[in-house]
Design a protein around this ligand. Structure first.
Ligand code: KE4
Length: 428
């Protein structure tokens, strides 16, 4: 498969853009190859600058659940563009999308639009701190919530319960306010709460973890977080930037029946344009500026163009049978890849929640960051590159999630499984 033009464009990009990309995971570093430069997409397929065609399981990291270039989204964006992309003034479309979200997501009574998932989680944490008057937060190893300073934090060494920076540039004083628990471990949360009583503003969690591969919550984990937060006066934030409108129309909170105090959203609600949002109980949201004192703002927040893409997308997802159809296709492809590995005698641990799935290169169950981090990332890289050569575009990291869209056809699923059969035999 020829990648000459992509490699040329990558070299060119690296002289103007740090690492040649505008977001690190796109650089293919963890699979040891140059990234493909994409020229266009349609439905479930993407086409690179060398004319190669791929079945796309990245879907822009989640937004493209309806498929690329959906005609209803294109029509909505074109019509809106003709009347103005952004005014910096309130528009009816913002209320329309807000009401679609409020109607769908159990925890959300009011919602504020922003332009990325990072903005959503950063703002939700500030709001939780403002509402509770407390400074500390709890997050989980392996969960990613965007790149705000408070969230680029890893567990301190030894018995230290406070966090330490996970990136240069994050002040230690900021990192110390972030406490790190283990995903699927209620005991690790109880220990932190006991050691930091009455000083924790919120717990932020991916209700389905999608940034260390796909890891579902174990039975009782989300319910346990809800109970701890209720009894301790801690705000429970579900970061559903990835799982929102992905695993169900009401997100993971609808799927698992656990209602947080606040929810962050992104990706799908923008239909491919930059949109994030955070919402929750009215009594919390109303202390947000200008109705309250907690400041938050954004030049392009809620702009008509992005709102129109989000509205069109959610109206597609509302259609009867949408999630059943995508669930059936996702089950088929994830099971098919798992069986291909097993039949080649290759040990993998496969997970799936709705149309998010992951093939962990691990002999053991993967249920948190420590078990995920023991995966054989070298073999994953070989599998990724072999599948790419077969025309299947997976996420270029073991610690990401594959996404199925409504546009994926039966033929796509069959081709993907056939490619996996060949690739596992190749790398076994
Ligand atoms: P953005 O700022 O990238 O819009 O959203 C940050 C974010 C917040 N919360 C969750 C659960 C997320 O998954 C994300 C972003 N996800 C990554 C994929 N692992 C985006 C891809 C990238 O960083 O380029």
């Amino acid at each position: 498969m020829n990648h000459e033009r992509s490699s040329f464009l990558f070299q060119q990009a690296k002289s103007s853009i740090p690492g040649g990309v505008n977001s690190p995971v796109r650089a293919f570093k963890s699979v040891g190859a140059d990234p493909l430069f994409i020229k266009k997409a349609a439905g479930s397929h993407i086409y690179d600058e060398d004319g190669n065609e791929f079945i796309d399981y990245v879907g822009s990291w989640g937004p493209m659940i309806a498929g690329h270039c959906h005609p209803e989204v294109i029509k909505a964006v074109q019509e809106t563009m003709a009347s103005g992309a952004s005014f910096g003034a309130p528009t009816e479309r913002e209320t329309t999308l807000a009401n679609l979200i409020i109607e769908a997501v159990p925890s959300i009574e009011m919602v504020r639009m922003v332009s990325s998932g990072t903005e959503a989680t950063m703002s939700a944490i500030r709001l939780a701190r403002g509402y509770t008057g407390r400074d500390k937060i709890i997050k989980f190893s392996g969960c990613y919530h965007g790149h705000a300073d408070s969230l680029l934090v890893k567990a301190g060494s030894g018995a230290a319960t406070f966090g330490v920076p996970d990136s240069p540039g994050v002040p230690a004083a900021v990192a110390r306010l972030t406490l790190i628990a283990e995903y699927n471990s209620l005991q690790s949360v109880r220990n932190l709460v006991a050691e930091n009583r009455d000083s924790i503003a919120c717990i932020i969690v991916e209700p389905v973890a999608g940034n260390m591969g796909t890891i579902p919550p174990r039975d009782g984990f989300l319910e346990g977080l809800r109970q701890i937060c209720t009894s301790e006066g801690i705000i429970l934030i579900f970061d559903e930037v990835m799982s929102g409108f992905r695993v169900a129309f009401g997100g993971a909170q609808a799927l698992f029946g656990v209602t947080p105090d606040m929810t962050t959203l992104g990706k799908i609600i923008g239909g491919g344009l930059p949109v994030g949002a955070f919402g929750g109980k009215r009594e919390i949201m109303e202390i947000l500026s200008p109705s309250g004192g907690v400041y938050q703002a954004g030049t392009l927040s809620g702009n008509p163009l992005a709102m129109s893409a989000g509205i069109a997308t959610l109206n597609i997802l509302k259609q009867p049978g949408f999630y059943k159809a995508i669930e059936d296709k996702s089950r088929a492809v994830a099971d098919g890849i798992r069986k291909a590995a097993m039949n080649a005698g290759y040990p993998v641990y496969s997970t799936r929640v709705g149309s998010m799935f992951c093939t962990f290169f691990s002999k053991e169950e993967v249920y948190d960051w420590p078990t995920a981090s023991r995966c054989d990332t070298g073999s994953f890289a070989k599998y990724f590159l072999a599948m790419l050569n077969e025309g299947v575009y997976l996420a270029p990291s073991q610690f990401e999630t594959a996404f199925v869209s409504a546009a994926h056809s039966e033929a796509d699923i069959e081709s993907t499984i056939a490619a996996a059969i060949r690739c596992f035999k190749l790398i076994a």
